[in-house]
Ligand binder design. Structure first.
Ligand code: UTP
Length: 291
């Protein structure tokens, strides 16, 4: 049995324009909008870190420099917190700071699509399997989604995609996978299709935005083939890669919040806040008053 190479690096594509959130995203990247008191991107980096990821690769674009600042030391802030005796806040900030050399930033000069954004990370990833996390999609569960995926990868090797069920009449809005067993926690992918025409989806399992991919995906992305919406799609290259390598679907059983949409973002804020001991009870009472 070949031992799967460890997953050390994760790619976070954050170069999209965030047009659905204008004007909020005119000067502030949508990944920096907060779910309670943490930027969306921080929640997703937390998930990757909890899964044992050691190197965080951000594919950024214009107007996204603040993301780089967020994951850097802020000397003046840290000194001021120390001078004011705010040791708890300082310790919290420092505990979350990536160590020197643990982050990389590269730029996608034009938003040509998710596949193109991932391809921009090819030299930093190099010739090893890697995790890919879409920062819009918050996966909320007792056990983080990427932890489950890395465990599945350690057992099966190859490529992995997190999936979750959607109502049949919504399948045409998503990337959908066909699998050997739609009820199993881990099953073999038999096919993939981006936004299938209504009634033609091979299952009701959609691709949720968490992947483990082998580096051969970069050779396929390099072709720059345009797909749905005229964009270079990651799914098209995965379909090609599946002709020569195994893909597994890892069924995610928690709740997913699409923070790229207004409703998903608002629901995430309410759900994450309600789950907190410090503000949950007060929010619950306040919401009852509102509704
Ligand atoms: P979306 O499809 O949500 O696009 O991208 P978007 O541009 O960010 O948002 P809208 O639709 O205009 O509101 C999904 C993820 O892929 C990244 C985005 O940053 C987001 O995290 N992405 C998308 C890129 O990095 N580059 C691209 O060319 C496209």
């Amino acid at each position: 049995m070949t031992i799967a190479r460890p997953i050390r690096k994760a790619v976070f594509p954050v170069a999209g324009l965030g047009t659905r959130f204008l004007p909020a995203t005119k000067a502030v990247p949508k990944e920096m909008l907060t779910v309670v008191d943490r930027p969306v991107i921080q929640h997703v980096v937390d998930e990757a870190r909890a899964a044992g990821i050691e190197h965080f690769i951000f594919v950024t674009g214009r107007n996204k420099a603040v993301i780089e600042d967020h994951f850097d030391s802020q000397f003046e802030l840290e000194r001021t917190l120390a001078e004011r005796g705010k040791q708890k806040e300082l310790a919290h900030l420092m505990s979350e700071l990536p160590a020197a050399g643990q982050t990389s930033f590269t730029r996608q000069q034009a938003p040509l699509g998710l596949g193109h954004a991932v391809w921009c990370a090819r030299d930093i990833v190099g010739n090893e399997p890697f995790a890919l996390l879409l920062p819009d999609m918050l996966h909320h569960a007792p056990k983080p989604c990427m932890t489950e995926m890395i465990e599945a990868y350690a057992e099966h090797g190859g490529n992995h995609i997190a999936v979750a069920p959607v109502p049949d009449d919504q399948a045409h809005q998503y990337g959908i996978v066909g699998v050997t067993d739609a009820q199993a926690k881990i099953s073999r992918v038999t096919g993939m299709v981006e936004k299938p025409k209504p009634g033609t989806a091979p299952s009701n399992l959609h691709i949720t935005g968490r992947y483990i991919l082998q580096p051969e995906i970069f050779e396929l992305l390099a072709r720059g083939q345009r797909g749905a919406g005229g964009e270079i799609q990651i799914t098209d290259s995965m379909i090609e890669l599946q002709k020569t390598q195994p893909f597994h679907a890892v069924r995610f059983d928690g709740t997913i919040y699409d923070c790229g949409s207004k409703i998903g973002f608002l629901m995430a804020n309410v759900a994450y806040a309600l789950a907190r001991d410090d503000i949950g009870p007060e929010l619950r009472a306040g919401l009852k008053g509102l509704i």
